[in-house]
Design a protein around this ligand. Structure first.
Ligand code: CTP
Ligand code: MG
Length: 236
């Protein structure tokens, strides 16, 4: 029987929000709550969560430390640490603060406020079974490959193609080993790719597009609409 509090969570909130106009997306508000607070509440509500490490940019560190001070215990936040220039440096810094005896590590983008507790639970179950599990939504658009001049070269069948999301959850040793071995060898688009490089299978947990990543200003409009439909209310 697995003990309940076996999950350490790293929330990557240290980006520069370039596509949002240079603002720190995790600290923008939706319904008077920060975008970051939605994921904090979701993870903190799960008995599986033992600790949360929040990684923020150097420019937000002082303000975040102050504003989260009262929520630390309730939200199971163990550390608020500084991130790096690129996402994997931020995650690597978060990893240094994970409890040495962690069993599973979740890496989540603060910019995804609506990952539901139900989804996280399904990813945990798959990670306990396979060692590496990631939520993803099936690609619904037609995909084409085109040359630099815009001329279509081919239509790519979308069968078996997925939009990958977070939280990505891994066996703690596997993720640590993958970071140790590969994190310095170029930039990676997601954490699962490092684990794939280790030759370890990664499994998809079907999700949907409500687990959106807030990237550009239109995504804020979409997020507000989803909130009016009950998404992100922590009631799942
Ligand atoms: N992130 C991070 N450290 C970085 C870059 C990104 O912790 N050096 C985090 C972001 O805060 C975000 C998540 O990784 O929660 C996904 O990144 P993205 O959506 O690309 O956010 P930004 O990098 O902030 O945005 P942009 O790429 O437009 O600058
Ligand atoms: Mg980015």
């Amino acid at each position: 029987m697995k003990k309940t509090s076996h999950l350490s969570v790293i929330i990557a909130a240290a980006g520069s929000g370039t596509r949002m106009g240079g603002v720190s997306k995790p600290f923008l508000t939706l319904r008077r709550r920060t975008i970051l607070s939605y994921s904090l509440e979701t993870f903190a509500s799960l008995p599986e969560t033992r600790e949360i490490i929040v990684v923020v940019s150097p420019r937000d560190l002082a303000a975040a430390t102050k504003s989260l001070a009262r929520a630390m215990k309730r939200c199971k936040i163990s550390h608020i640490v500084q991130g790096g220039e690129i996402r994997q440096e931020s995650v690597a810094n978060g990893l240094k603060h994970v409890a040495p005896d962690a069993e599973l590590i979740a890496v989540h983008d603060a910019a995804r406020p609506f990952a539901s507790a139900e989804l996280v639970k399904r990813v945990i179950t798959a990670a306990l079974k396979h060692g590496a599990a990631i939520p993803a939504a099936p690609v619904k658009d037609t995909l084409k490959r085109a040359g630099k001049d815009g001329r279509v070269m081919e239509t790519v069948p979308r069968e078996g193609l997925w939009h990958v999301q977070t939280p990505q959850i891994f066996d703690a040793k596997l993720l640590r080993d993958a970071y140790k071995k590969y994190a310095h060898r170029g930039e990676f688009t997601d954490d699962a790719l490092l684990v794939e490089r280790m030759g370890h299978p990664v499994f998809i947990v079907p999700s949907d597009h409500t687990n959106l990543k807030i990237t550009t200003p239109e995504d804020m409009l979409l997020a507000r609409t989803l909130l009016t439909r009950g998404v992100g209310q922590g009631k799942m």
